[in-house]
Design a protein around this ligand. Structure first.
Ligand code: SAM
Length: 276
């Protein structure tokens, strides 16, 4: 892995300057790299998709442990620098492009891939949404995110951090914070600390709801007015007061509770009672 001085030397040679708008904060801490590698459960037959390899801080390591790595990098300059590297692993394909437009199904070829990415923070949520919506082709994702986002992802009911992101991610994956990373481990130094997380895709959704879209709609409405009671917030569904009170009663949800007090299972019961 490259130290800050080595990174700066490469940048000097190629006239490269990191772009803030592309979330370019590169890992420069050897101990964190070791810790990341030690936490990866990768098998020799796995296909890995790396989001934003940068200067290959982890890429060779990933290639050495898997059958194939597709490294998706949006920055043309970085792709050129990476491709000029004389000892690129044979099983590495550098793809210049936006991860958000990647055809994961095509890469997976009927198998389940492992996704790795020290994420460009400006698109953390869209990346997580893409991973989840294409989870059929993914078994697990290892991601470096802002520490605050990681905490929101694993948040449980009755905590201030729980929200739509927590429920969405927890409905389809088993999310874990593996460890926190101080902002000084990256260069240029970002504003906030990070966390290394794992999202293990569940075979079946956590809450066995009749209609996933209806569940997501109810959660959206409830969190659209998270300061209101769940009874008042769900009036926006158009359901009359008496019927709504009956639904909440049957779902075992206190009408004066707020969205943040409800579990996925509470939302599932409400959603199934409301219907699609
Ligand atoms: N993997 C390197 C590391 O750990 O040091 C770089 C991580 S840096 C936080 C994010 C990387 O993602 C940058 O190389 C950036 O150019 C790239 N990137 C930004 N937006 C992207 C996108 N939409 N698709 C693919 N790569 C992107």
């Amino acid at each position: 892995m490259l130290t800050k001085t080595e990174l700066q030397a490469i940048w000097g040679r190629y006239g490269f300057r990191p772009e803030k708008r592309l979330g370019q904060n590169f890992l420069i801490d050897k101990n964190i790299k070791k810790k990341i590698v030690a936490n990866l459960d990768i098998h020799p037959k796995d296909i890995i998709i790396e989001i934003g390899p940068g200067f290959g801080e982890l890429t060779s390591e990933l290639a050495g442990r898997s059958s194939m790595v597709y490294a998706i990098e949006i920055d043309k300059r970085i792709c050129e620098i990476l491709r000029a590297e004389p000892n690129l692993p044979q099983n590495l394909t550098i793809v210049r492009g936006d991860f958000l437009n990647l055809n994961i199904k095509e890469i997976a070829k009927g198998k389940k891939t492992v996704v790795y990415g020290n994420l460009p923070y400006y698109i953390t949520s869209p990346i997580i949404e893409k991973i989840i919506s294409e989870r059929e082709h993914i078994k697990c994702a290892y991601l470096v995110t802002q520490a605050e986002v990681a905490e929101r992802i694993v948040a449980q009911p009755n905590s201030k951090r729980i929200g739509r992101l927590s429920l969405f991610v927890q409905q389809f994956t088993d999310p874990r914070i593996l460890f926190k990373i101080k902002k000084g481990s990256f260069y240029p130094t970002p504003q906030v600390d990070s966390a290394f997380i794992r999202l293990e895709v569940l075979e079946k959704s956590r809450a066995r709801v009749q209609n996933e879209e209806a569940l997501s709609r109810v959660i959206k409405i409830a969190y659209g007015k998270r300061r209101k009671t769940i009874f008042n917030a769900l009036k926006a569904t158009g359901i009359g007061n008496n019927e709504l009170l009956e639904i909440l009663k049957q779902a075992g949800v206190e009408p004066r509770a707020r969205a943040e007090n409800l579990s996925l299972e509470d939302f599932r019961r409400i959603s199934d009672l409301i219907g699609s």
